[in-house]
Design a protein. Structure first.
Length: 66
């Protein structure tokens, strides 16, 4: 449980840093994101999930990172 909470905390830090450091640029980026078609956002989301799952697999099941 400690590991999961640590991961969530780190995720929140990484998610919040751009908003704290570059709020104007983040607003511009969000405007561009809103203008994208939903199908493209869905594809990007699936790709990000796939990369995340691949990283989890590589770090937990193989000796690739250790």
């Amino acid at each position: 449980m400690k590991t999961i909470l640590s991961i969530i905390g780190l995720l929140l830090v990484l998610e919040g840093l751009p908003y704290a450091a570059f709020p104007e640029k983040m607003l511009d980026w969000l405007r561009q994101l809103i203008a994208m078609p939903p199908a493209l956002l869905r594809i990007m989301g699936f790709m990000i999930v796939a990369v995340g799952l691949l990283l989890c697999y590589l770090t937990r099941r193989t000796g690739f990172f250790g």
